[in-house]
Each structure stands twice: as C-alpha cells, then as structure tokens.
Design a protein around this ligand. Structure first.
Ligand SMILES: Nc1ncnc2c1ncn2[C@@H]1O[C@H](COP(=O)(O)OP(=O)(O)O)[C@@H](O)[C@H]1O
Ligand SMILES: [Mg+2]
Length: 280
C-alpha cells in the first residue's frame, strides 16, 4: 500500500532499453478492486439508533455467528491507473461508490479483492486529520499538522493561517475552545483547513466534505486549485459538473460500484449527463 520509500524513478526501468524520456509515472494503481462493507447487527428491518449499535458491538465482541451481518458490495472490479500530473474526476449518481473508492485509495478502507498501489502518501482532504474533541481548535491544528508530518517551525508559521482559513473564529473566539463546542460544520471546516495546509503527493478531494457557507466554499475552491497545481495527482469527487470540467483532464464514471467509463473529461461528461438527463 505504502510505496513512499520506493525510489521515484525506479518504476519502469528493467531492460535499460527504450528510456522513454518523460513518460509520466503511475501514482495510483487500482487493480481489480472489490470493496464490501459488512453491516453488523442488521436484521432485515433493523433501524440504526444507539441501542442497535451497542447491541451490534456486543455481538461482535462475542464473536457470535454472522447472524444479522449484511453486506454491501460498494465497489466491483474497478481497475485504472492514474499518472503523475493528472487530475481525475470521479462521477456517478448517489451511492455509486465514489467516496468508498477514495477511502480505499487513502488506505482507510480494506479491499475485499484486488490491490491498490500508491506512490507517495495519499491524503483524503478533510478526513485524515483525526481531531480530538476535548482539545481546543488551536491544539487540534497542531496535532493535525504534526500528523501530516509538519515540523514545529512550520506549524508555528502556518497555524494561525489555518485557523483564519477555517473561519471558526468569525463568530467568537472558538479556536481557544474545545472542539466539542463546535457545530459539525465548524469541525468539518477546521478539518478541511488543516488538510489543505499542506502539499500532497496524491490528493483526494471529496467535495461532499467541504461544507460551509459560500465564502468558505469559495476559499476552499481556490485552495483546491492551488493544491492541484502542486500535487502529484488529484482525485476530485464533485456533484458540480462544472467543477469537474474546470478541474479534471480525465473522468472515471462509477455506477453501482462498477467503472462505466474512463476517458477524457469532455467525452465522459457528455455520456454521464445524457445518463442523468442533464442533472447531476
Ligand atoms: N459505512 C458503510 N457501511 C455500509 N454501507 C456503506 C457504508 N458507506 C457506504 N455504504 C454503501 O456503499 C455504497 C457506496 O457508497 P458511497 O461510496 O458513499 O457512494 P457515493 O460516494 O458515490 O455516493 C452505497 O450503497 C452505500 O449505501
Ligand atoms: Mg460520497
């Protein structure tokens, strides 16, 4: 999964012959991947709810038989290779497996079958930062930055900018209050801001995660554009077809977990929009 230590140039040299001068290197290889969720403690008509979740945990701890385990086959036999310098859009109707695929590329979800290879460290913007509810926003910025590998000096320099970007202090001095006092939107904005503070080899953006008011969304769009220019490879999930068209050279269209099309943005979006009847 993690090929960060592999020498970047060592990929395709084998024979020494035909040294294709600037052949772009693959950064993400997804090879015949299937992803299956297991939902524990779910009888056919069982609702969620806290009691249900607790019961599910108990049953699992006991290692009980698989009674009530349902599976959701979210990604089916998906194969593609992304190259350095590419911006790849991911489209598909709701529940088609886009977020699931990004999480697997980020290494946050195991695959059932197949393989995901990445060169460099992939980051799923907004999710990677595992923040702590009892710490203040400021402390969480520090923690998140350390987790991304920033040095204390870098954090000192960029920390205040991250808080400003998130806008959590716009309506009071929230950065000095514990995260548990934040609305979910504020927490999401802070998480996004931390992730966006660094350049990434493989940047995974699920726009569903970029919450916030219009001003924040505009700030984050601009930031995403800047990150894109410096990232090795970008994957973008967006419900905004214009944003896909503006950002991506190539688009993967997933439907029911299967890769339906993979090609140049204009071609794939034309087919996708025909499929959705112009809506997204
Ligand atoms: N944590 C989960 N547990 C079980 N099923 C899930 C979970 N997350 C997503 N799914 C299911 O997997 C499928 C793909 O979901 P998702 O990747 O979120 O789609 P998309 O991002 O394209 O809307 C859907 O059927 C969804 O209901
Ligand atoms: Mg999604």
């Amino acid at each position: 999964m993690d090929a960060a230590e592999a020498a970047p140039e060592a990929s395709t040299s084998g024979t020494g012959a035909a040294p294709a001068p600037t052949a772009p290197a693959p950064t993400v290889v997804v090879d015949a991947v299937d992803i299956v969720y297991r939902v524990h403690g779910a009888g056919p008509a069982l609702a969620r709810g806290a009691a249900t979740a607790a019961l599910g945990r108990i049953l699992r701890r006991r290692g009980g038989a698989d009674a009530g385990v349902r599976t959701v086959h979210a990604v089916r036999g998906v194969t593609f290779t992304a190259l350095r310098g590419e911006a790849v859009g991911l489209v598909g109707t709701n529940g088609s497996g886009k977020s699931t695929l990004l999480k697997a590329i980020a290494g946050l979800l195991p695959v059932e079958r197949g393989h995901v290879y990445t060169d460099g460290r992939p980051s799923l913007l907004g999710v990677d930062a595992a923040l702590m509810n009892d710490l203040t926003g400021e402390r969480n910025v520090r923690l998140g930055c350390l987790a991304m590998g920033m040095s204390p000096e870098q954090i000192q320099k960029r920390g205040p900018g991250i808080v400003d970007f998130s806008g959590i202090d716009d309506k009071g001095d929230f950065s000095t209050l514990p995260m548990r006092t934040y609305s979910s939107g504020m927490a999401a904005r802070l998480r996004f801001s931390i992730g966006a503070a660094m350049d990434h080899d493989v940047l995974l953006i699920d726009e569903a995660l970029a919450t916030g008011d219009r001003a924040f969304q505009q700030r984050s769009q601009a930031r995403i554009r800047a990150l894109r220019e410096r990232a090795g490879t970008v994957f973008l999930v967006s419900h905004n077809n214009k944003s896909i068209r503006d950002t991506c050279d190539r688009v993967l269209w997933l439907e029911h977990g299967k890769l339906r099309l993979d090609g140049p943005t204009a071609e794939v979006m034309k087919e996708y929009e025909r499929f959705t009847g112009g809506k997204s």
